[in-house]
Design a protein. Structure first.
Length: 268
C-alpha cells in the first residue's frame, strides 16, 4: 500500500532542482508528472524490485514520467525551480498530488477486492436444500429463496427439473429478481426473470443467468417453483435436484467503473 506524505514528494522535487530556463510546465501537467514519479519511486524501491534497480541512476527511471508527457529534462528542472520559489503554489501542487495518489490507492484496494472474489467463483451460493421431491397438496410446494449478493457480475442458477404429467399446477415457472430496501413497502426490485417449465415427465437441466449492474442491490430473490393456481387444493408432482447458484464478477467493467468514477446504473 502507498504511504503518501509531502516529505517524500519534496525529496523528489529537490532531486531535480538544478537547471533554470523559462520553459515552465503547466501546473496540471506537473501534478500528473509528480504522481507518476512518486508511483515509479514506490515501485522500484519495493523489496521485489530493489535488486533489479540497485546501482542505477534514479533520474533515469524518473525521466520517463516527464518524457511521456512530452517534456524534456531541462523543462522539468526549470519548472521545479520555478514552483519551488513560489511556496504557496508548490503547497497547492503537493496537496493535489496527494489527492491523486489517494484516489489511486483507493482504486487499487477496491480492484484487489474485486480480484479476490475470483477465487470463490466455484462456491455454491445456494444454502437451502439442494433437492426437492414435491408430492404435497398445498402451496407449501413453492420453493422461495433469498440469497445475499456477492458483488456486481453474473449470477447463474443451474438445477435438474422434472415435472410429471399428472402435476396439476398452472403455468409452472421460476421467477427471479434483484432486490434492495429503498424504504418503500415492497422495496426496489428488478424486472422478473421468468423461466417457464414443461410438464412432460422428462428431466431437463435448467440454467438461468442474470447480470447485476447496480451496487445498491443486496439480495437475489424469487421463487424457483411458482404457479398461477388460485386454488390451494392442487396436486404438485415434481422433482428439482442439484440446485446451484454461482457468481462470476465482471472485472473489466468493475475496474473501468472505478477509473471513471461511474455513477450507479438503475436496476434493469
Amino acid at each position: 500500500m502507498l504511504k503518501i506524505n509531502k516529505w517524500a514528494i519534496a525529496s523528489i522535487v529537490i532531486l531535480f532542482s538544478s537547471c533554470r530556463t523559462n520553459n515552465i510546465i503547466p501546473e496540471k501537467d506537473m501534478i500528473s508528472i509528480l504522481v507518476n514519479i512518486y508511483l515509479t519511486d514506490a515501485t522500484v524501491t519495493s523489496p521485489q524490485l530493489r535488486s533489479i534497480y540497485f546501482g542505477k541512476d534514479t533520474i533515469d527511471y524518473y525521466a520517463k514520467a516527464f518524457q511521456k508527457a512530452g517534456y524534456s529534462s531541462a523543462q522539468f528542472d526549470s519548472s521545479l525551480n520555478y514552483y519551488a520559489k513560489n511556496p504557496k503554489l508548490l503547497d497547492a501542487i503537493y496537496d493535489k498530488v496527494i489527492i491523486e495518489l489517494s484516489k489511486k490507492q483507493t482504486e487499487l484496494v477496491q480492484a484487489n477486492k474485486a480480484d479476490s472474489v475470483v477465487i470463490d467463483t466455484l462456491k455454491n451460493l445456494w444454502t437451502s436444500k439442494a433437492n426437492y421431491k414435491l408430492k404435497l397438496d398445498s402451496l407449501g410446494d413453492f420453493i422461495i429463496f433469498e440469497i445475499p449478493v456477492v458483488g456486481l457480475g453474473t449470477y447463474t442458477f443451474t438445477y435438474d427439473l422434472l415435472i410429471f404429467p399428472d402435476d396439476e399446477s398452472l403455468n409452472p415457472q421460476s421467477k427471479i429478481y434483484f432486490y434492495y430496501d429503498n424504504k418503500s413497502e415492497s422495496g426496489n426490485i428488478s424486472h422478473y426473470t421468468v423461466t417457464p417449465y414443461i410438464k412432460d415427465g422428462k428431466k431437463r437441466e435448467i440454467k438461468t443467468t442474470m447480470e447485476l449492474k447496480n451496487s445498491l442491490v443486496t439480495h437475489l430473490k424469487g421463487v424457483l417453483l411458482d404457479y398461477n393456481n388460485t386454488n390451494k387444493n392442487f396436486k404438485s408432482h415434481a422433482n428439482i435436484t442439484n440446485i446451484k447458484v454461482t457468481y462470476k464478477p465482471n472485472l473489466s467493467k468493475t475496474k473501468k467503473s472505478l477509473k471513471k468514477g461511474k455513477q450507479e446504473e438503475p436496476i434493469d
